[in-house]
Design a protein around this ligand. Structure first.
Ligand code: NDP
Length: 338
């Protein structure tokens, strides 16, 4: 039996990655797309060979679909997610799940009560590179992990320099856009949870309306690991990377904070340097495959709703820290605590 998907949001990410990822499944079908603008919905459906187009969430939820993928602007995820859950549809929601971790918890609680599958589309934990790093850490190949460094400052392409840099009410800003991914990837690779974060943010000219377009964060994890991360929209030539340093070795990954299955992971120990092999499957295809399996009752989505609450609680704490000038504790049950 196939999984019939409804797309909530005629978005760039769906067009660039998720429609293909659904169609890459033997049992995946994109049945209908919803845009708030009927004409845009029609055009998007035609351009992406989607059989039906609608302009309201109700119409989409009344279609013959099993699951929805929500990729609208961030302030809409909560209401649209709750409506989909109420209609009994499985939900794969883009990050951040909502604008606050309290609202993300509402979504995840509603999904649990309804017994539907709910996932957060954190793509990076589907990357072969990050899975290879997680396995190497878990296998003790770097000894006891001590510290991590994430380099995730990019240049926001011109076609995406819209709501992310102009609309605070839509959940714009680099922290809700990229720090959430770093929170999830750090948790995944280190198999540890952050307990405290301290952040500085900046606005270098691309972002307006009080939004930040650069951030540097310092994290403390439960086990005592400390980490630093750099997120940005305005650095054209920085490159990305992820490093974990342990008592017996270091993992140095280059060009891995990206949407594509690219990059390298180097393990450096007393024995010398070894490049780790990892699979190069499309990140989003793997995410949808695992979501389909979860619908069949096999395992969980690659990133669950709880993972989405964690990443948003961390981002929220970073924003609070940047505003207050103080380190902020992270508690996904309670939100961030200054
Ligand atoms: P877009 O700006 O492309 O789309 C967001 C919404 O903006 C759409 O739902 C659409 O509204 C509206 N829109 C898009 N293009 C136009 C246009 N030309 N004219 C008028 N309105 C338009 O956003 P992204 O695809 O970049 O991001 C969407 C979500 O996905 C966000 O939550 C983001 O955080 C997340 N994301 C996640 C990524 C990941 O790898 N996990 C990567 C990129 C984004 P409507 O549907 O009503 O027409």
């Amino acid at each position: 039996m196939s999984v019939r998907w409804g797309l909530i949001g005629a978005s760039t990410i769906a067009k660039q990655f998720m429609i293909n990822a659904i169609r890459a499944q033997a049992d995946g079908e994109v049945a209908v797309v919803m845009s708030s603008n009927a004409e845009r919905a029609e055009t998007y459906a035609r351009e992406n060979s989607i059989p039906a187009a609608v302009s309201t969430v109700d119409a989409l939820l009344n279609s013959d679909i099993d699951a929805v993928y929500i990729s609208t602007t961030n302030e809409l995820h909560l209401e649209q997610g709750l409506a989909a859950i109420k209609a009994g549809k499985h939900v794969l929601c883009e990050k951040p799940l909502a604008l606050t971790s309290a609202d993300a918890r509402r979504l995840v609680a509603a999904a649990k009560a309804a017994g539907i599958v709910f996932g957060t589309n954190h793509h990076l934990r589907n990357a072969g590179a990050h899975r290879a790093m997680r396995e190497a850490v878990a296998a003790g190949r770097i000894g006891k992990p001590i510290a991590a460094r994430v380099f995730h400052s990019v240049y926001l392409p011109e076609n995406l320099q819209g709501w992310r840099v102009t609309r605070p009410e839509a959940g714009g800003g680099v922290v809700l856009d990229i720090t959430v991914h770093d929170a999830d990837t750090l948790r995944f690779v280190l198999a540890d949870d952050p307990v405290e974060i301290s952040a500085f943010t900046q606005s270098t000219g691309m972002a307006g309306s009080g939004l930040e377009d650069g951030a540097m964060c310092i994290w403390r994890f439960k086990s005592g690991i400390i980490a630093q991360s750099h997120e940005g929209f305005t650095t054209k030539f920085a490159g990305t990377g992820f490093e974990v340093h342990g008592s017996e070795g270091s993992l140095i990954a280059t060009n891995v904070m990206t949407q594509k299955p690219v990059g390298t992971v180097l393990l450096r120990t007393a024995d010398g340097e070894e490049e780790l092999n990892f699979d190069r499957e499309d990140l989003y295809t793997r995410s949808v495959r695992q979501f389909h399996a979860a619908i069949r009752g096999e395992g969980q989505p690659a990133a669950t709703g709880e993972d989405g609450i964690w990443s948003l609680a961390a981002a929220e704490a970073a924003l609070q820290s940047a505003r207050s000038g103080k380190a902020v504790k992270i508690d996904p049950q309670l939100g961030s605590l200054a």
